[in-house]
Design a protein around this ligand. Structure first.
Ligand SMILES: NC(=O)c1ccc[n+]([C@@H]2O[C@H](COP(=O)([O-])OP(=O)(O)OC[C@H]3O[C@@H](n4cnc5c(N)ncnc54)[C@H](O)[C@@H]3O)[C@@H](O)[C@H]2O)c1
Length: 330
């Protein structure tokens, strides 16, 4: 059994705690959160220990691995502390908002031979896995284009947005990771546009609500990403890969496959799954299981800190491209 502690008992920490408690190869030992009764409440749900002191858990010999679901500006310090104490780490995205800090952390983690996985959960979505498998088996032939649409149903809380690092580093970073994973090559050219069509006050902290990005790899493969902070019809997550022999299309998920016909409409379907906690529930579970398996078997981490670094590099390049109006070479 992998003995696990979860740091941070907020939105994502709750998901990781449930997965660590329910996975048959792991045991949730403790959750830590320094604020209020967040840790106590979550620990009570799963019958584990609660702590107000994350660092205290990192030195314990009865904990093998930690999941870091704390605010982004705490990830590097907690990850390095955990690695120095010999713990395996599943760290939420992004590793940090500052590329230089991320580069230093990656170098230190690699020097210490730390076992760290970055939590890009969308790679573990069963539909995304099926898409990757189809591509690997040659279904679409030579890949030409990847199209990703990624729209949230509504804004995250203002307090979160103000410290999120902006739409490219906080939200589109998932899509940059998917783009790299699907393209199978590093993008070398980045162009982007960014608008405030919904909330002009985002300018107060330099953020945007509606963005489009184009990526191109050295061999010429292309990827288009479009992101928006709100969508009237719900959480919109679609992907398309197009190649010399065909196309694979990953559409939105609904609670059921039911379709309805009446005098006023035809083929009406169930609403889209509400938001990331529902849409990617399986992905978070499989992500944790893969982490657990890699740690137990001493195998390669399914998503590395280098992957985390590269996604942030693309986010920075997209922001630079949007602000300058010029294509950025990475
Ligand atoms: N992979 C995904 O789909 C996904 C989704 C949401 C958030 N995230 C990432 O997860 C992180 C947390 O986001 P969230 O939405 O859960 O935030 P949140 O504000 O809901 O939760 C963060 C929790 O961490 C606690 N905390 C603060 N400092 C701490 C510390 N030093 N040690 C332990 N706990 C601490 C807070 O009290 C809070 O309960 C962010 O980095 C975010 O980018 C990832």
């Amino acid at each position: 059994m992998l003995r696990v502690a979860v740091l941070g008992a907020g939105r994502i920490g709750r998901i990781h705690a449930a997965n660590a408690a329910l996975c048959r190869d792991s045991k949730l030992v403790a959750v830590a959160d320094p604020f209020g009764d967040n840790a106590a409440k979550l620990a009570a749900e799963w019958g584990c220990e609660a702590s107000l002191d994350p660092s205290a858990l990192l030195t314990r010999s009865d904990i093998d691995a930690v999941v870091i679901g704390t605010p982004t500006d705490t990830h590097v310090a907690l990850t390095l502390e955990a690695v120095r104490n010999g713990k395996a780490v599943l760290c939420e995205k992004p590793i940090d908002l500052d590329l230089r800090k991320v580069d230093e952390a990656v170098a230190e983690i690699e020097r210490l031979k730390g076992r760290v996985m970055v939590a890009f959960n969308r790679r573990f979505d069963p539909a995304a896995q099926a898409m990757r498998k189809g591509m690997d088996e040659g279904e679409i032939g030579d890949l030409r284009q990847v199209i990703i649409s990624s729209r949230d149903p509504d804004f995250a809380p203002r307090a979160y947005l103000e410290h999120s690092g902006g739409i490219f580093r906080d939200m589109t970073i998932h899509d940059f990771d998917m783009a790299r994973w699907l393209l199978g090559e590093e993008p070398v050219l980045v162009s982007a546009t960014a608008s405030r069509l919904i909330d002009p006050t985002l300018a107060e902290f330099g953020d945007f609500d509606t963005v489009m990005v184009n990526l191109q790899t050295a061999s010429g493969r292309q990827c288009h990403i479009n992101c928006c902070r709100t969508a009237a019809y719900g959480y919109d997550q679609r992907m398309e890969v197009f190649g010399s022999k065909g196309m694979l299309l990953n559409e939105n998920l609904r609670a059921t496959t039911l379709r309805r016909w009446s005098g006023g409409f035809t083929e009406a379907r169930e609403p889209l799954l509400n938001f990331f906690l529902e849409r990617y529930a399986d992905a978070y579970r499989i992500e944790f299981e893969q982490f657990c398996g890699a740690v137990r078997n001493n195998g390669e981490m399914p998503v590395t800190v280098r992957d985390g670094r590269q996604a942030l590099r693309l986010a920075d390049a997209a922001l630079e491209a949007a602000l300058s109006g010029k294509t950025v070479r990475v």
